[in-house]
Design a protein around this ligand. Structure first.
Ligand code: C2E
Ligand code: CA
Ligand code: CA
Ligand code: CA
Length: 277
């Protein structure tokens, strides 16, 4: 029995799950182009139309296999590699957007931006230059910023975000409900999308507390004229709640899990057949 327990616990927490990768390894991964963008669809709740995709980075490690961002993003932030990482992700996302647009698929592409990216105006220039080089309009790009990171001295980041918004990039506040951004910040930063954190979406149909937070977030976003995305839609009941309450966009495994770019075309075809039926 002990042997079985030892084996199964080993299986449920494989070594790679506990590992945080360090500077040199991450630096090498960036140079070796081992960071690969996956894309998760965001669809319109009213008619199922595909509105865009969110870029979620994966590390295809030559030995350890697929590594998730929770194991290296924070480390990249701490060791000053997050600008390089965001750049790599953005370059791939822009190239991919151009390919999809050539195929007649007008997808908005969202990229996750760390608050640590928003410390110098150089970031603004980088985003503007890369988009221009790729010939992708700013209005096709959404920058997602996590709510819990919106604290402390926001002067520089506010300046960067405002400039990007003036250039018509879209700004999205991510994981809404998990942080403690003040209502004043929501007024000051020109966000045009709010993503209700998955923790308040999945099972909100059967849990009063989750439902209260979900409803309040949705109402706030509507009042502020922001598009609302519910993330973590995992089953039909989750989806039905979004329909009943008038949420704009949905994202989650019930619709599609994040996938490599090559799989997205096939998924779109299948999804269109499914919503037409
Ligand atoms: P996030 O931006 O909130 O992304 C949503 C996370 O939920 C993703 O995890 C996604 O795979 C997962 N997810 C999607 N659908 C479902 C669902 O139905 N149920 C559940 N339980 N989860 C779902 P992932 O890909 O592991 O990313 C984790 C976080 O890492 C992201 O959270 C984001 O904050 C960060 N991240 C990912 N890519 C990047 C990046 O390129 N740059 C930066 N700075 N951060 C990134
Ligand atoms: Ca996000
Ligand atoms: Ca999120
Ligand atoms: Ca999150």
């Amino acid at each position: 029995l002990m042997k079985f327990v030892a084996q199964s616990s080993q299986r449920s927490t494989p070594e790679k799950l506990d590992k945080t990768y360090h500077a040199i390894a991450i630096q090498k991964a960036i140079h070796a182009q081992e960071l690969v963008n996956y894309y998760q669809p965001k669809v319109r709740v009213t008619d199922g139309k595909i509105a865009g995709v969110e870029t979620l980075v994966r590390w295809h490690h030559p030995v350890d296999g697929v590594i998730y961002p929770s194991q290296f993003i924070t480390a990249a932030e701490k060791c000053g590699l997050i600008d390089q990482l965001t750049r790599t992700v953005l370059v791939q996302a822009l190239e991919q957007t151009k390919i999809w647009q050539k195929l007649g698929c007008d997808l908005k592409v969202a990229v996750n931006v760390s608050m640590d990216n928003l410390t110098s105006l150089g970031f603004q220039d980088m985003v503007v230059d890369l988009a221009a080089q790729a010939n992708v309009p700013a209005s096709s790009i959404v920058l997602e910023i996590t709510e819990s990171q919106l604290m402390g001295d926001m002067r520089v980041s506010l300046e960067i975000l405002t400039r990007l918004r003036l250039k018509r990039f879209h700004l999205s506040i991510d994981d809404f409900g998990t942080g403690h951004s003040s209502l004043a910040q929501l007024r000051d930063i020109p966000f045009d999308e709010l993503k209700i954190d998955q923790g308040f979406v999945h099972r909100a149909y059967e849990d009063q507390t989750l439902r209260a937070i979900y409803d309040a977030s949705l109402a706030l976003a509507k009042q502020l004229n922001m598009q609302v995305v519910a993330e973590g839609v995992e089953n039909r009941a989750d989806w039905e709640l979004l329909r009943q309450t008038g949420c704009d966009l949905a994202q989650g495994n019930f619709i599609a899990a994040p996938m490599p770019a090559e799989q997205l075309g096939g998924w779109i075809k299948q999804w269109r057949e499914r919503i037409a039926a």
